[in-house]
Design a protein around this ligand. Structure first.
Ligand code: TRP
Ligand code: ZN
Length: 862
């Protein structure tokens, strides 16, 4: 078994004993040995302490203090640090190191992507560039000189404003950048390469002109327009909605092909996974456009929630991430359909965060210990963190919430803050008490709220999961009922009339909803409207009540949620008292869908969501000792029945929403395409593949083309193979498009899907060194192809473990993320569970496994 791994604990936090008043850096870029000189202006804050600097994978060349070489007895170097003793009140520390970008396959620190230099420093990559106090509460102003061979690296970028540039006597070129805003090292960025620049401008509300630049490989120059458009809308929105204005003269986005995440908010110089920058109607789907818009906004919003106000330590990660996800969700809701945005956000939360909260990886949004911080960029920190910010807004109301966020930004501008600081601003601006509410941040797991009829009204009862083994002061607040907003409305069951609505604040374990029961019939209740709190709701409802809500609920989220519940129960065949009851439910369900299809007052994008069954992976969550084959079969049978029964209205809606004229990625067109393509997918599920075959061939945009090919690829129709082959032939020159194709291949419903995926490892389209390709093939396979991945002979699990070990040798962050595909292994039964356990045991025992991988495998197993 693995050695117990060293944990970092929140309660051990101590301020850094020095201030770094300024940093001057000088880079001489070279793929094999880049030379970095760093000059730190150091001021002592605490007596006696040595200066301890983090460093990893560096070659130390020289250290000078106040201009003189440092005697060896005042210095200690090991694998992860450089310690300097005997510094006075103020000193200039100069450090010269080299690092090897071309050999850096971890994509953390300074590395090469397609021959271009780029950096990724969050969370702890800066220490792979130079020795430095690599922690978010050490803020400094950076001046950076970059020098390189102008033939290969004509574009040289760093944070802030360019203050100088020129040529050296020996034929190299340099640029000097200065960022006036004090920042922690994780926001440092540098780029050097041969890049095209697409430029635009934005005038801030106070009248300053900001130059906006997107840097991409030359061949992608014509795919940046939407990114710039989204950026300008995000900048305007943050001014209008949160009162936040941009604060430098230039804002740059650089697209790179090799990237461990979506994007990174480095001050003034965002670095993006190229998948979230590049778009054209021919190569990107509406979903891609929507995602680009959201990620561009997310990174831009970090300029205030993350950069101007940063985190004191990495335990506070949800301070910037949860809040910023909330901000980008609100932006998308304002740009598109608010109800549909909410449905998509909750669907994502349930798909990614609920299993995390229900299994061995459960942790509080603000954890109080970790081994590797890279492993804590989780759905709980991001998505649940956003839900917590949203609850605060619901509790405060829009005006007080804005007052509170203004107070937070103003009070902590230029500082490294804590979650306590954020909640204190919320409390102070509103005069409310959030002590009990704080429990959301420090407790893992999800409350279950049971709603029961009580006489004429309803009683809520919350059960909270056992608290984690919290330490320090978090332990005192972790346990007990949670404070949450319950948005609700009730209908008269006899007349269907609205009978009261409101926001009820649940604080107790048990409480009665304040609804006036007087009326004609028993009430039908819609509670947690808009998913007003991240809980599991248990509520017994009759079929009639469910169908009433599926057709008539004025809250679109809960209307959709009731429909989802019917999809689920019918696919899994649970909760019906016999075959007749099931048949009645199915026909009522299909009628409700038919009504929605015929109702042209409904937004098409919303109706499209109603038509989507939960995925097999989502259904697996709801079943103990799940049999993936049965789940896949039950889901397919239901979709076949629905697609068959609704063949006519589905075809009719496709006809009604046919678009003429040029493609635009706007919400209205995208909504029409979403519904047409959801209908198409159901038709294919019922074996009517002619419209999909035609659409795959004729489509003039990637949204329609991909929807048609995806529908065929997910079927067992004879047209499947041809559609996939033709798609690859057509798009093999576009790597991002090919990634879609890898994903469809990974989702193959055929019994030999695993063999197919294994074969693709050697395909020209695949590359184990590119995280996007790994996620498209191996990630999609393990997360979504539940039948093939959890194959009863265990071959899927063995395959995953083999790949993880291969990937871990180059990129530990990526390998560790893939292990989470086994986080719910305990829900499997029999041989499936055994083989998952064997795969995890193998990872834990692997001789050369990284710290990242070991931590994940170990936590999932234990
Ligand atoms: N802070 C980034 C974001 O949310 C994400 C991020 C964290 C990241 N660690 C990373 C990106 C490592 C790339 C690599 O927007
Ligand atoms: Zn973020």
């Amino acid at each position: 078994m693995a050695q117990p791994q060293a944990e970092t604990r929140l309660e051990d936090y101590r301020p850094y004993p020095f201030r770094i008043r300024a940093v001057d850096m000088d880079f001489r870029l070279d793929p094999d040995a880049t030379r970095v000189r760093a000059r730190l202006d150091v001021e002592r804050v605490e007596d006696g302490a040595p200066l301890v600097l983090n460093g990893e994978a560096l070659t130390l060349v020289a250290v000078r203090v106040d201009g003189a070489a440092l005697p060896p007895e005042r210095m200690a170097v090991d694998e992860t640090s450089l310690t300097i003793d005997g510094l006075g009140a103020r000193a200039t520390v100069e450090i010269e190191t080299t690092c090897a970008p071309a050999a850096n396959t971890a994509l953390s620190g300074l590395y090469l992507s397609n021959g271009m230099f780029c950096t990724q420093c969050e969370a702890e990559g800066f220490r792979r560039i130079t020795y430095y106090p690599d922690r978010p509460d050490v803020l400094s102003v950076f001046t950076v000189r970059v020098e390189a061979d102008p033939a290969r690296y004509p574009v040289l970028l760093a944070n802030g404003d360019r203050i100088d540039a020129g040529d050296t006597d020996d034929g190299r070129r340099y640029a000097v950048w200065r960022d006036p805003h004090p920042k922690p090292a994780y926001l440092f960025a540098l780029v050097g390469g041969d890049l095209a620049c697409v430029e635009d401008a934005f005038v801030t509300r106070s009248g300053r002109t900001v130059t906006l630049q997107v840097y991409v490989q030359h061949e992608n120059k014509d795919k940046c327009a939407y990114t710039l458009d989204a950026l300008k809308r995000a900048m305007r929105w943050d001014e209008e909605t949160f009162g936040r204005e941009y604060d430098l003269d230039v804002f740059m986005i650089v697209a790179v092909d090799h990237f461990n995440f979506g994007a990174m908010e480095n001050k003034g110089l965002n670095i993006f996974n190229s998948a979230y920058v590049l778009a054209s109607p021919e190569t990107a789907t509406d979903y891609d456009y929507e995602t680009i818009e959201a990620i561009v906004a997310h990174e831009y919003f970090h300029n205030w929630s993350g950069n101007r106000v940063t985190c004191r330590d990495w335990f506070q990660l949800c301070l910037k991430e949860g809040f910023t996800v909330f901000r980008d969700q609100e932006f998308s809701a304002d740009m598109r359909s608010r109800p549909v945005q909410r449905i998509k956000d909750v669907r994502r939360l349930r798909a990614m965060q609920f299993p995390e909260d229900a299994g061995p990886l459960a942790h509080p949004p603000r954890p109080d210990r970790f081994v590797t911080i890279d492993n804590f960029y989780t759905a709980t920190v991001y998505e649940k963190g956003a839900e917590i910010a949203r609850m605060l807004k619901t509790l405060l109301g829009p005006a007080d919430f804005r007052k509170a966020s203004d107070l937070y930004f103003e009070r902590h501008d230029g500082e490294a803050a804590t979650v306590e600081d954020f909640v204190a601003a919320m409390a102070e601006a509103s005069g409310r008490d959030f002590d009990q509410f704080f429990r959301w941040y420090v407790s893992p797991g999800r409350p279950t709220v049971t709603i029961a009829r009580d006489g004429d009204g309803f009683v809520l009862h919350q059960e909270t999961p056992p608290p984690a083994s919290a330490t320090g002061k978090d332990a005192a607040v972790a346990d007990g009922p949670r404070h949450m907003p319950v948005v609700y409305r009730a209908y008269d069951g006899a007349t269907g009339e609205r009978r009261g609505e409101g926001v009820f604040e649940l604080r107790e374990t048990t409480a009665r909803l304040p609804i006036d029961p007087a009326g004609a019939g028993p009430l039908i209740l819609s509670a947690f409207d808009g998913f007003s709190a991240p809980v599991t709701v248990r509520q017994d409802r009759t079929l009639d009540e469910r169908l009433f809500l599926a057709r008539r609920n004025a809250d679109p989220f809960n209307r959709w949620d009731v429909v989802q519940g019917l999809w689920r129960d019918l696919a899994l065949d649970v909760g019906f008292d016999g075959a007749d009851a099931r048949a009645a439910a199915q026909s009522g369900f299909i009628e409700a869908l038919a009504d929605a299809l015929a109702d042209d007052a409904l937004e098409p994008a919303f109706v499209a969501e109603l038509l989507k069954a939960p995925t097999a992976a989502e259904l697996m969550q709801d079943v103990d000792a799940a049999d993936p084959d049965a789940i896949v079969a039950g889901r397919a049978a239901l979709r076949r029945a629905v697609g068959g029964a609704l063949a006519e209205p589905l075809a009719a809606v496709r006809e009604r929403l046919k678009l003429n004229g040029p493609y635009a990625p706007d919400a209205e067109q995208a909504g029409a395409r979403a519904l047409r393509n959801a209908a198409l997918a159901l038709l294919v599920a019922a074996d009517d593949d002619a419209p999909a075959v035609a659409q795959a061939r004729m489509a003039d945009n990637m949204t329609d083309e991909a929807a048609a090919v995806a529908a065929l690829a997910g079927s067992t129709r004879p047209a499947r193979a041809d559609a996939l082959a033709a798609f690859y032939e057509k798009w093999k020159g576009e790597p991002l498009v090919v990634n879609k194709w890898l994903g469809w291949r990974a989702l193959s419903p055929a019994p030999d899907a695993l063999e197919d995926v294994r074969g693709l490892l050697a395909h020209e389209a695949f590359d184990l060194g590119n995280p996007n390709k790994v996620r498209a093939l191996i990630g999609v396979f393990a997360r979504e192809n539940v039948a093939a991945f959890h194959r009863v002979d265990g071959a899927g699990h063995t395959f995953l473990a083999d790949r993880i070990l291969e990937i871990d040798a180059r990129n530990p962050q990526l390998a560790a993320r893939l292990v989470s595909t086994l986080e719910s292994w305990r829900k499997l039964a029999g041989p499936r569970r055994d083989s998952a356990q064997r795969a995890l045991t193998r990872l834990v025992g692997a001789p050369d496994a990284s710290k990242n991988l070991l931590e994940m495998a170990d936590r999932i197993l234990s």
